[in-house]
Design a protein around this ligand. Sequence first.
Ligand code: NDP
Length: 680
Amino acid sequence: MSTLLESYAAGRWFRAAAEGDPLLDAATGEEVARISSRGLDIGAMVAHARTVGGPALRALTFHQRAAALKALAKHLMAGKDEFYALSVRTGATTRDTAVDVDGGIGTLFSFAGKGTRELPNDTIVIDGAVERLGKAGTFVGQHVFTSRPGVAVQINAFNFPVWGMLEKLAPAFLAGLPTIVKPASQTAYLTELVVRRIIESGLLPEGSLQLITGSAGSLLDELTEQDSVAFTGSAHTAGILRRHPNVLDGGVRLGVEADSLNCSILGPDVRADDPEFDLFVKGVVTEMTVKAGQKCTAIRRVIVPSTIADQVVGALADRLSKITVGDPRNPDVRMGALASLGQRDEVRKAVEALRAGSEIVVGDPAGQPLLDGDAERGAFFTPLLLRATPGATEPHNVEPFGPVSTVLTYDGLDEAVALAARGKGSLVASVATHDPAVARTVVLGLAPWHGRVLLLDRDDAKESTGHGSPLPMLVHGGPGRAGGGEELGGVRAVLGHMQRTAIQASPDLLTAVTGRWTTGASQRTEDVHPFRKSLAELRIGDTIRSGGRTVGLADIEHFAEFTGDTFYAHTDAEAAARNPLFGGIVAHGYLVVSLAAGLFVEPSPGPVLANYGVDNLRFLTPVKVDDTIAVTLTVKEIKPRDSADYGEVRWDAVVTNQEDQPVATYDVLTLVAKTWPAEG
Ligand code: NDP
């Protein structure tokens, strides 16, 4: 008998005291493994996540969590061969497995990079600017994101046993939430293997990842207000989850990615000999055949101008006829099997439903012929293209989760957009066009109905990642029928797992909470210039107030001549007098900033290594001839880098004139050594 899959629960591997249900190889029908979760203590898993995994994760900063994800990605990449070997049993070809395995690991890498670059080395995220809530500036507001003390449950579909887990794990992990994964039973053996390798690696804190193989049992009953469920699968199961009392009334957050009748539109500008025509046809065939069409983003509806429909069908038929179908172990096979015989039955049923309003133009629902493989025991289904009769409703309602698409025709762009919308909300739409006006009109029409829109033309085709690939940096999810959820999208996904709270406080207390100096908070001026202090010595609120500097006409003329910036407001008194904002010669903004640097700098070698930029620069009051400016520089934020012997210091800079009016405000960004004199 084959192995019984295990769950990873509360710090140990759990084997059910049951025979388990058999999971069959998609292509050969042989038993791969058995599955059961009978006897699994799901309550203990949720408690373990809350009391062990969550606290361990939240003790790490975003950068430390990102580093763990990066190490994990490298570890999995190094050992991916065994995932490939097992993945073939799901019916996947090597190309399909790359989407799942490399795609999943790539998502880990991407989130690790985003976590390091776009999140602070802290456990709290500051959201937006400080809001001044009173005239005197003693009462201010600031939005912050904090980690929830809950559990991120993921319930996944059978089609992406690796990517499905990793794309949900990465953002939850970065957000400080422990994850419990419930993969779809059909392909859970691959998820189990990957989780086994993750746990063995010891790279993630204990309790931050647990696995349920088999039925989800009482999982939703165990969840409360701080917990979330991210579901990918059928609309039917989504409906069951939506109606669960803990979701309806118990405050459990549910994100759904369910059925999606994605479309690809051929623009009305495209002729058969344009490059976009070929790109369109190739795109449709790719989406029909990768993963044997078992992709939530696959193109189900092919929407083309009626005038060119015959040519499109001909070109699709031509390409589809070259797709070899069979056992994915055979390297000449282009398209493998569906995940199970049950899935094949479902696809056949869907095709029957579609036939009510469409005729088959390519393919045979019996799934013949095969290049290789046992047509009875293997869940093979050859690509099938239908053409809808005008007004057919089925293509907008029936999702054949296999290599099946339907061609629909339109006359006029409005009809194309209306047809797309009849899918009632989808994950992705693509449009092949090279016409800027078509691009704008169609995107405005499609965007409210889609989470992602791809505009495909001769210019982006070479680098395009294609219609069907969700990318870690772009949102994945769609409105309406597609579930209304949103995943990925870089840091958006991390923040989506966190709680945003508006903090109202005095500047000093807000500074204490956020670790970022807030205007109005205490400032400390000492004898030592802050540029003489190492990162270890600097404190938030350390301040230098410069002496004054009068800006004479000669300064302005010199700067104009020296830099070549001879804009009339700095050089032509008569013309400048007519400028409604200035009424006379004013200093260049960059002269003001340069002079300010001269006022605050401490020139000798010291711990400040470099000035790497300026943020949020605003010129507020013009500096006129003979105005006297001064600058106040305050340490706003100190961010040591884990992997370097220096860190970033953000300084709040305010330049004022002799009347104490703010002339310019900005943040100065510097790199400062952790110790000084440098050790060693
Ligand atoms: P299901 O909705 O049946 O299953 C998805 C996940 O939900 C699986 O992990 C499943 O576990 C789990 N599940 C099922 N019932 C419950 C429940 N009552 N409580 C908690 N979890 C539950 O979808 P499938 O993966 O079987 O796919 C079926 C169809 O869904 C496809 O043919 C396709 O039409 C559609 N689908 C759509 C996708 C999309 O994003 N557009 C993606 C994948 C599928 P178990 O496997 O153990 O039953």
